[in-house]
Write a protein that binds this ligand. Sequence first.
Ligand code: ATP
Ligand code: MG
Length: 436
Amino acid sequence: MQSPSPIRNRKYATEITVANDGEHVSIAGWVHEKRDLGGVFFLIVRDLRGYSQVTLHKGKVEKELFEHVKRVPRESVVAIEGKVKSEPKAPLGYEIIPERMEVLSEASQVLPLDTTEKVGAELDTRLDARFMDLRTERTKHVFVIRSRVLKAIRHFFDAKGFIEINTPKIVSAATEGGTALIPISYFEREAFLNQSPQLYKQMLMGAGFDRVYEIAPIFRAEEHDTTKHLNEATSVDVEVAFVSDKEVMAILEELIAFVYSKVMDYPDLGKLNLKLEVPKLPFRRITYDEAIKLLSEAGEEIEWGEDLSTSAEHTLGRIIDELYFITDWPCAIKPFYAQPATKGKSICNAFDLMHPKVELASGSQRVHSYELLKRNIESKGLSADSFEYYLDTFRFGMPPHAGWGLGVERLLMSMLEINNIREVVLFPRDRRRLAP
Ligand code: ATP
Ligand code: MG
């Protein structure tokens, strides 16, 4: 009969301390490093939470075990049983003296990446071998934090009585009639991957679900190869009835501060060397007119009614240097569903939430009058017929409402001071990258 596998009662590296001196333990993980000092051999075993130092003294352990450990290739998966021994010179104050090692999966010899990060690698190389890149300390923390962020967001909305929704990602028409759609073949028809849950979350306002949120992918055929666009991104979308843009802005800034506070609670945050602070509420608010005035003073001329370029966003970010809202946008550069500030005016109750380096979210009070909405759709050169199902909901009792969409990756990259958005997605999709 085989002896019981040590993996059944394995401990994470972080669950073992010097207080376990003399105890038998089982660990399992990847061979992170091997250091041969002649008479002593160190094997560093990595698991999700930390590293264990396994020490073999030549002559003191069975020769067969010594050779076995020495030969196991780096990044192989091993299970080790041994005794904890206090050792002041070891980084954690203890080491594991092995009695048995089982190689659960032997790794090939030439590794695509150095998981100890002593040898750096280009982002493309890292993304090609993402499974291995995820074994590195920094990348792993990014995704554990990402999980915390998503949990925090759900916690925040649940506490406020929101309903979490799931809307279709395969659709027949564009949300905003934009060109950024990804077409797919859907049986005998053409369909698209949805670029935003906008129309559906508004339809739910008409259904009486008066506060909803969705965390889901959005798909956009972004032509450009930038560091802030993905073709498959994750959006946090919110819609609330019986409120205006002001209330949903307050929800957004409160959520951001809450997420920051949860990230700051992350025990390993220190390893990422960030200057993170919970942003103070309320965030600064400037109007679009004030933004173009500030830009003009900084030597960057924007024609009224023109959208802000990336360079303009960066200039403003340098001037303001904190999270801020830009409000009162020209309706011409906002979608058809944004509510004009006053009747017939060209300014809309729309806002963008900005980090000094990148736009985080866009939102607005929405048009809830059927006639105005239909006129807006047509004046943007779109056909009202293709919005029939959406428009119908406005004919049978639609409350006033407002909402926003926040990019999860934009939030993460800005919080974690990461320059390329691809770093915060497990398997990013951009124009050139469709695998892994
Ligand atoms: P940008 O002008 O920065 O390209 P946008 O104004 O086109 O963004 P919105 O339609 O306002 O984007 O979408 C709401 C939010 O979703 C954005 O503020 C951003 O955080 C996120 N987002 C939109 N498109 C992308 C994308 N291609 N990749 C990553 N995040 C995105
Ligand atoms: Mg936007």
